[in-house]
Design a protein around this ligand. Structure first.
Ligand code: ACO
Length: 435
């Protein structure tokens, strides 16, 4: 629980002769938050903050971002250190449990995830009824929601063991669901999980293996994917995580809450940006066209934005983007594809945008999605699956936040208020008298 800092702000409505005492709550890092719980009771007003630009919706001990300094910590550990030294399974344990695992704990955790990788055959058959060109995010969202139908009577959200099994199940099965969506798009048979492989390698195997040939996972691709999963695993109260929390706060089945998160992630302003970046780079085509597209991005009458640029919280480099840009060079060199026109174009675009007063004044920097697509493409993942890859990784964060919320005895249903601007009360008019 946060502590009241001892500092209190008083807000007074002189006309009404009323005032409210608003205590300041301090966390361990970052901005303190004004506790406005008494505001409506004492002054009869709400706060107005569309887009939640200044509202802390919850306390959380999981992830910390300092957007001005470009810092990201998972449970206190800098993302740069985790990217260099850790693995996705270790990070998953860290986010869920709060501490780095011992070797034995990691082995046990990984074993639990491996144990749950298969999905019910009925769930697998759902895919046959999706249109052949359905977007994989639509399929993944639908099938994850359907898991609630398979695990409902056995899921008591107030039982910690049930919550733990849910966590293992969804983290284990989301790659199987994701890969099935991809195979359905291709018209290829589904590939079952291989529990002898590690998490990222198994994802690659389910995406790319076919029954008629032996498939060997490329360790460079597996390592790159694992690292991308580490970088995407959590990002505090972003739109999709807040969606999972809001849906989960009603006591809804957690698979349904995660499905809501998948849907929220899909939008191009959020996780869908990775797909949009590649489309944009292809649209721009050559370095010569950069000025034209930059002008469009600055033109408020056009709907074009520089995808992969800007962030609600980062007003500096997104530390994940820095790591991924470095990684692009390494991975492409290791794969023998150093000559990558998309990477060259992306870098040039970044360079030009970062010198442009429009982007400088608004502190718009590349975000996590700007370079990730270049790596996904290099390891053979099709563009329509980029956001699905993000969803696989972010499932860990969603689950960690859902767990944190449900385990909190002070949890209440999330229920925002509004500033009503519609008609005042009026009398019903009979249809014959309406002019
Ligand atoms: N291209 C051009 N202009 C931009 C961009 C951009 N990518 N991003 C922000 N701006 C401009 C806005 O038009 C606005 O200008 P104004 O002050 O003249 O009106 C100003 O910068 C502030 O932007 P907002 O939209 O108010 O910022 P907000 O915090 O609401 O949005 C967002 C953040 C959605 C990420 C935005 O920067 C954007 O649309 N970026 C492109 C999409 C993207 O990359 N999304 C991925 C984010 S990371 C993630 O979710 C995984």
């Amino acid at each position: 629980m946060t502590e009241k800092s001892g500092k209190t702000f008083e807000l007074t409505d002189k006309d009404a002769g009323r005032s409210a005492q608003l205590p300041l709550r301090k966390g361990t890092l970052g901005s303190a938050a004004l506790d406005i719980a008494g505001l409506n009771k004492d002054l009869g007003v709400f706060t107005y903050d569309p887009g939640f630009g200044a509202t802390a919706a919850t306390e959380s001990r999981i992830t910390y971002i300092d957007g001005d300094a470009g810092v990201l910590l998972y449970r206190g550990y800098p993302i740069e250190q985790l990217a260099e030294k850790s693995s996705f399974m270790e990070v998953a344990y860290l986010l869920l449990i709060g501490e780095l695992p011992t070797a034995k704990q990691l082995e046990e955790f990984t074993g639990n995830i491996r144990y749950h990788t298969m999905i019910n055959e009925s769930l697998l058959r759902f895919f046959n009824y999706f249109h052949h060109n359905a977007h994989p995010m639509a399929m993944v969202s639908g099938v994850v929601a359907s898991m609630a139908a398979f695990y409902h009577d056995t899921m008591d959200i107030h039982n910690p063991r049930h919550r733990e099994i849910f966590a293992h199940r969804i983290i284990a099965k989301i790659p199987t669901i994701a890969a099935a969506a991809h195979k359905h798009s291709l018209g290829q048979p589904f590939v079952y999980p291989r529990n002898d492989l590690d998490y990222a390698a198994n994802v690659l195997s389910m995406l790319f293996a076919v029954p008629c040939e032996a498939y060997k996972v490329d360790p460079i691709a597996a390592r790159a994917l694992d690292l991308l999963f580490v970088l995407h695993a959590d990002h505090e109260q972003n739109a999709s995580t807040s969606t999972v929390r809001l849906a989960g706060s009603t006591g809804a089945n957690p698979y349904a809450a995660i499905s809501a998160g998948v849907s929220a992630l899909w939008g191009p302003a959020h996780g869908g940006a990775n797909e949009a970046v590649l489309s944009m780079l292809e649209q721009i085509g050559t370095v010569d066209n950069i000025p034209k597209y930059l002008a469009m991005a600055k033109d408020k009458s056009s709907h074009f934005r520089l995808m992969g640029f800007g962030h609600r919280v980062y007003k500096n480099f997104d530390p994940r983007a820095k790591i991924i840009r470095e990684m692009c060079h390494k991975v492409l060199a290791q794969l023998g594809r150093s000559d990558n026109p998309l990477l060259e174009l992306a870098q040039r675009l970044e360079e030009v945008a970062l010198k442009d007063p429009y982007f400088v004044e608004r502190k718009l920097y590349p975000n996590v999605d700007f370079y990730s697509g270049v790596i996904y493409s290099a390891i053979g993942i099709p563009r329509s699956m980029f956001t699905v890859m993000f969803a696989i990784a972010r499932t860990v964060g969603w689950v960690a936040h859902w767990q944190e919320m449900i385990a909190d005895p002070s949890m209440r249903i999330g229920r925002p208020r509004q500033l009503y601007t519609g008609p005042v009360q009026r009398e019903y008019v009979d249809i014959k008298k309406r002019g």
